[in-house]
Structure formats: structure tokens, C-alpha cells
Ligand binder design. Structure first.
Ligand code: PAF
Length: 285
């Protein structure tokens, strides 16, 4: 297997993608922050199923981390990631420096109101402005036909969909199902922070959400299903739970407290701390 070509500047990226576009090839893009796992590789495979070429990026974006968050500790392994991307069939890696992405004087921030507001928007102020800004830049730099994002970061996916539509970016935003370990834990680069004991308890978050989904589908009121799931998560030893809520699957407005109205797709979303890790998960209801 030949090594994955890596470009680090926007002009080099543009040269590579322009050549493909001249040849009439379609481009899929998978933006990441590295520390890649099977979930990321499944996004690459989704891209390959839709387009002729897949470009991935690795950039640990400082503007989406708040003060006191894990920017410095975030796992980094570019060489290992490049090997995984190559074996998944990726054609090009864009791995810019922070100066390439945010040259001195950069002053533009993309904010998306509405969907950015609740949940992680409250728990991590400024996070979605950082995400929307870097994703808008990456989409302009790569100019793909399709960009693939995991549903694990469901609120992020909705923010990016809104932003791409509002800014007429002309790219199809594809949501890919959450990849899970055999015991149900959603795959995440931050799972690396879990101790052995925490890793054994971590799947309780997904189990609590799955139980709530069944209860909601059986007509249990939203407030009751949320309370039961919250109690299970706390009993499993999770620390502060930032949120565990049923929301409208599109605009993320609050649903409940009564039973789910028929025909309105919902999503149950949770974020909770387990030791050093802050785990997030969500499911369709
Ligand atoms: O989901 C991620 O890894 C990041 O938020 C993204 C989309 C690459 C933007 O930095």
C-alpha cells in the first residue's frame, strides 16, 4: 500500500483537488481532529461509496475548545492516522497548521443561532462558533461535492447542515450512523481518557438511552423516560450530567413533558462526565 499523500497548505490542497475536478471526478470530504477510530474510517467508506475521491483533514481546532478543556491533552498521532486512512481507501490528507487555518489578523467568526443554543451550546459556550467557523473554512478550501459527519455529534451535524444551507455552500452534508463497540459504547477519540473500570461502566450511557427510546415508543411521557434514564446513568457512577433530553430531531427544540406526538421525529441526547472523559451520545426516538 503506497503512503497517503499529505498536503499542509491551502494552495497545495487546491492544486490537488483542481486536478481531480478537471478530470471530472467527484470529491467527498471527511473532516476530523485525528486520533482516528473505526467510526472515522466508516465515514471514509461512506465517502467512497458516494464519490470518486475522498479527502480527509486532521486539524485539532483550537477555537472549538473552551478554557480548561482538553485542547493540550487531545490525543494526536498523525502517522498512525495516515496509515489508517490509507487502508480505508482515502486518497489525500489535508493536515494544516494552526497558522495556515488562522493567519495573523483572522477576524471572521461564523455563528449559527437556534440549533447552536441548547445542550452543548449551553455546556460549552463558544464551541459551535468554533466548529462552524472551521468547517466553513474547510468546506471552502476543499470544495467537495459531499461532506460526511458522524451522527454521534448530532447537534454538530445539525449546526453544520444549517450553516451549509444558510451560506449556500453547495455541498451535500451526509450524516453517518454512530459506530459503536460491541457493548454499545459510542466510539470516540475521548474514550482513550477512560480507566479500565470507567470503560466497563461507560456503555451504561448508551443502554440508558436505548431503554428510554423503547419507553418513549411505548407511549411513556417524555419527562418520565428522561428521569428514568438519568437515574440509570447516575447509578452507573457518571459524574455531572450536562443534559439528558428529548428534542426535535431537526431544530433541537424541546419535546415533552407528555408522550411524543406521533409523526414528529425526536432525538434523545445526553452528555455526562465519567472520570476525565466527557461522553456524549444520542439516538433517534
Ligand atoms: O467532529 C470533529 O471532529 C470536529 O468537530 C470537526 C467537525 C472536525 C471540526 O473541527
Amino acid at each position: 500500500m503506497s503512503p497517503l499523500p499529505v498536503v499542509r497548505t491551502v494552495p497545495d490542497l487546491r492544486a490537488a483537488t483542481a486536478a481531480w475536478r478537471r478530470d471530472g471526478l467527484t470529491l467527498a470530504f471527511v473532516p476530523t481532529m485525528g486520533a482516528l477510530h473505526e467510526g472515522h474510517l466508516s465515514l471514509v467508506r461512506q465517502g467512497l461509496a458516494r464519490c470518486d475521491r475522498v479527502i480527509a483533514s486532521i486539524f485539532v481546532n483550537p477555537t472549538q475548545f473552551g478554557p480548561g478543556e482538553d485542547l493540550a491533552a487531545y490525543p494526536r498521532d498523525e502517522a498512525g492516522d495516515a496509515g489508517k486512512l490509507a487502508s480505508a481507501g482515502c486518497h489525500l490528507l489535508f493536515a494544516p497548521t494552526a497558522d495556515e487555518m488562522y493567519p495573523p489578523g483572522a477576524a471572521t467568526v461564523v455563528t449559527v443561532s437556534g440549533v447552536s443554543g441548547p445542550l452543548d451550546g449551553e455546556a460549552r459556550p463558544g464551541h459551535f462558533a468554533g466548529v462552524a467557523t472551521v468547517v466553513a473554512k474547510l468546506l471552502n478550501q476543499v470544495r467537495p461535492d459531499v461532506a460526511v459527519f458522524g451522527e454521534k455529534d448530532y447537534q454538530q451535524l445539525q449546526v453544520i447542515r444549517r450553516m451549509a444551507s444558510d451560506l449556500d455552500l453547495g455541498v451535500e452534508i451526509l450524516g453517518a450512523p454512530t459506530a459503536r463497540a460491541a457493548d454499545g459504547l459510542a466510539l470516540s477519540s475521548r474514550n482513550a481518557y477512560l480507566t479500565e473500570d470507567e470503560r466497563r461502566r461507560a456503555p451504561d450511557l448508551a443502554a440508558a438511552l436505548a431503554e428510554a427510546v423503547l419507553a418513549l415508543r411505548a407511549g411513556v411521557p417524555v419527562a418520565e423516560a428522561e428521569a428514568q434514564a438519568l437515574a440509570r446513568v447516575k447509578a452507573a457512577g457518571f459524574g455531572p450530567v450536562d443534559y439528558l433530553e428529548v428534542r426535535d430531531a431537526g431544530d433541537l427544540s424541546r419535546m415533552g413533558p407528555g408522550p411524543l406526538p406521533p409523526g414528529r421525529p425526536g432525538r434523545i441526547l445526553a452528555a455526562a462526565r465519567l472520570g476525565r472523559a466527557r461522553l456524549i451520545d444520542n439516538m433517534a426516538v
